[in-house]
Design a protein around this ligand. Structure first.
Ligand code: SF4
Length: 387
């Protein structure tokens, strides 16, 4: 069985990761928001220094693909001019903050995120993937998204809580104290041995660590969880996306001509702020029932060095066959980057063909093995009839 290599860190702009199509440069816009000039600037940098493709990540970030080693320095300088680069690689890595894209002006989410970025940049020893979710809308939206510390609205709809991931309940906090409390929780995690060889997650640590300090004693339930948005109109504008969460720079430039500001989401969709209609841009997904919404697929071969096969051609062939209301994930290896959570049907590439997992994640026990892509494409029912 080919096992994916666990990197234990996420790429950034200052510390990119080598992939099958060149350097992968991740841009972390503050609070997941971009202005039109910033989006157009990223598109131009992608055309100049990358291969023109830009990914939307499940951390509400953007990834510029195919960057050349020679072009990396100039690209970072371009990002600095757009106010999209941090002062150091460590500050960038520690600013792993996911803010609910449904924040409202004056609700405190952006203030908390700004203060958190500052505090976390001075918090040494955090593991590469350690993250904080700022999820303070009336309903929580980020419960399924990876985070170690969660700042959420309490069940009463008024107060805020800070909750260690893995605990059902959290401790009372407020807009004024949430960033400090979350950083204190991160420090506690480091000081009590949550990090081993640069890795570690809060949920795992809580299995073996001493009880949380009294100041974090969990006493309040978080607000109920809401379903992620779908393409179409929402309270803040229009939700739209691209096939497999990847756009070409030319599509982004067109988008930047149509809308003033964008919110990135961890569902690889964009909120076009203040827009009440779908811009006419080729390839833009604007309808909730678009069949491209029923499939996820990672970069696969040849863009990812760990992939055992191509993924997107197969996902494209199968998209129209996915039963209504179900989801298919095609993954190039067991890491499952495109859809880490369980889904109805998951095809995982192995050296000897694809495996099918039903109602599970890549890496779970398969119900079928050694499936050739051609065979699957000709008989989609062998997949969708198995679940
Ligand atoms: S899931 Fe896909 S993108 Fe992620 S490491 Fe595996 S092959 Fe690469």
């Amino acid at each position: 069985m080919n096992r994916p290599k666990v990197q234990g860190w996420c790429p950034g702009a200052l510390r990119p990761m080598m992939s099958g199509d060149g350097l992968l440069v991740r841009v972390r816009p503050r609070s997941g928001r971009l202005t039109a000039p910033q989006l157009a600037g990223i598109a131009n940098l992608s055309l100049t220094h990358g291969n023109g493709f830009v990914d939307f990540s499940n951390r509400a970030n953007l990834q510029i693909r195919g960057v050349t080693e020679d072009g990396h320095e100039a690209l970072v300088e371009g990002l600095r001019q757009l106010e999209l680069a941090d002062g150091s690689a460590e500050a960038e890595a520690n600013r792993n903050i996911l803010v609910t894209p449904f924040w409202r002006s004056g609700d405190g989410a952006l203030d908390i995120a700004d203060e958190l970025a500052d505090r976390l940049s001075k918090c040494p020893g955090l593991p590469g993937k350690f993250g904080v979710a700022v999820d303070i809308g009336q309903e929580t939206m980020l419960r399924q998204c990876s985070a170690d510390v969660r700042i959420e609205r309490a069940e009463d709809g008024r107060q805020l809580i800070v909750r260690a991931d893995g605990m059902d309940r959290g401790a009372k906090t407020s807009v004024d104290t949430a960033a400090r409390d979350a950083t204190d929780m991160a420090r506690w995690f480091v000081e009590t041995g949550g990090v081993t060889q640069g890795r570690g997650r809060m949920k795992d640590h809580l299995q073996c660590a001493d009880k949380l300090p009294r100041s974090f004693a969990p006493s309040m339930n978080p607000a109920r969880s809401a379903a992620p948005p779908l393409p179409g109109i929402c309270d803040l504008g229009f939700v739209a996306g691209f096939e497999f969460g990847q756009a070409h720079a030319n599509q982004l430039k067109l988008l930047a001509q149509e809308v003033d500001a964008f919110r990135l989401t961890p569902w690889r969709l964009l909120i076009l702020e203040g827009s009440d209609h779908a811009p006419e841009i080729d390839g833009l997904i604007v309808a909730a029932d678009d069949v491209r919404q029923s499939v996820s697929a990672c970069t696969g071969n040849p863009g990812c060095l760990q992939a055992a096969a191509q993924t997107r051609p197969l996902a494209r062939q199968l998209a129209s066959h996915v039963p209504a209301g179900r989801h298919l994930h095609v993954s190039g290896c067991a890491k499952g980057c495109a859809h880490p959570a369980a889904t109805d049907f998951t095809l995982v590439a192995r050296d000897v063909g694809f495996e099918l997992v039903c109602n599970g994640k890549p890496g779970d026990r398969p119900v079928l093995k050694n499936l050739a892509p051609d065979q699957i494409a000709i008989s989609p029912n062998m997949i969708f009839g198995a679940g």
